[in-house]
Ligand binder design. Structure first.
Ligand code: BTN
Length: 326
């Protein structure tokens, strides 16, 4: 892509001007063609200074999602190295599953600037207006199916880790992997196995972050929060996407090398509600008790009437200090 080549030239010596002539010779473009590309880049949110004498200088990359800008931020070996960015898509999970079936590599990533049919856990709709980070990763991990299902917990650790590095906010994880700050959901994770594990061993992990959107863009009844509103300023979504992918790759490497135990510790350190009252709804029944943590297999442990019970699935609500459940 010509635009990406221009950006590559502008970043070879960061902060310095690159003359129109250099670009024109390097890419075999007329001055008018370069100007048109620069205009397009500015419209996409790149801040580029143009001086008649000195040429062009890149001042800032966009905060909005942009494939070149994500690639620029990536520190991963494999995750995100194959990246598909869509202006609008039904669901990045669906697209990633389709790509996985067609042979997409481990680490391939699909991002949509908005989703028209995003979905969440328990067949719920996931509202995905522009400004959020709606991203799915194809993983072909070297793990058994029982271990692979714990990757949703590992992803929760990665998302919270990346968010904590982006700003002052200290969100936590509500089992299994809702990312919550002050009772409001900031991000959710949906992991799906693609086809039969015995034959293809592929998962798609979908991550939705209510990042640069306004709370009023989501239905009022949702217990959701907007990161931008909580932080008081918009986030660089490219940094956020790259940061999550980096942490996820780290987590996956630890998992494949040392097993789930160290990741369980990391999950517990970031978990909300341990030692506190909670309610868990499963199969139409509500159990109330004290949340004890997660077992070695990732299942939730809740003490009900003095006895530990394990839950592989269910909807947890934690009791806040004000007595309300979230
Ligand atoms: C949940 O908390 O219920 C999980 C929400 C997962 C939403 C993300 S957004 C990107 C990806 N595509 C989808 O359709 N869902 C996931």
């Amino acid at each position: 892509m010509i635009r990406h080549k221009i950006l590559d030239l502008l970043t070879t010596r960061p902060g310095e001007f690159v003359s129109g002539e250099q670009i024109s010779q390097g890419l075999n473009l007329t001055r008018a063609a370069i100007w048109k590309q620069i205009k397009g880049l500015k419209e996409a949110g790149y801040e580029i200074e143009a001086q008649t004498k000195n040429g062009y200088r890149l001042l800032a990359t966009p905060l909005a999602l942009d494939a070149w800008a994500v690639a620029q931020e990536l520190k991963t070996e494999r995750l995100g190295r194959e990246l598909y960015l869509y202006e609008e898509i039904s669901s990045t999970n669906e697209k990633a599953k389709e790509l996985a079936r067609q042979g997409a590599a481990h680490g391939a990533v699909v991002i949509g600037r908005r989703q028209t049919a995003g979905h969440g856990r328990m067949q719920r709709l996931w509202e995905s207006p522009p400004g959020g980070l709606w991203m799915s990763v194809v993983l072909r991990p070297n793990l058994s199916l029982a271990d692979a299902s714990k990757l949703t917990l590992v992803t929760g650790v990665a998302v919270v880790g990346a968010l904590r590095e982006m700003g002052e906010l200290r969100p936590g994880i509500k089992w299994p992997n809702d990312v919550i700050f002050e009772g409001k959901k900031l991000a959710g994770i949906l992991a799906e196995v693609v086809g039969e594990w015995t034959t293809i061993q592929t998962m798609v992990i979908g991550i939705g972050v209510n990042a640069n959107l306004e709370r009023k863009d989501l239905s009022p009844e949702l217990p959701a929060g907007s990161l931008q509103e909580l932080l008081g300023c918009p986030l660089d979504l490219n940094k956020l996407a790259a940061g999550i992918l980096e942490k996820l790759e780290e987590g996956l490497n630890i998992f494949e090398r040392d097993g789930f135990a160290p990741l369980r510790e990391l999950w517990l350190e970031r978990a909300l509600g341990i030692g506190r009252e909670c309610a868990i709804e499963k199969g139409g029944q509500v159990y109330r008790g004290i949340m004890r943590g997660i077992a070695a297999d990732g299942e939730l442990v809740v003490e009900v009437d003095g006895q530990d019970h394990k839950f592989a699935s269910g909807e947890v609500r934690l009791r806040a200090v004000n007595g309300e459940y979230f």
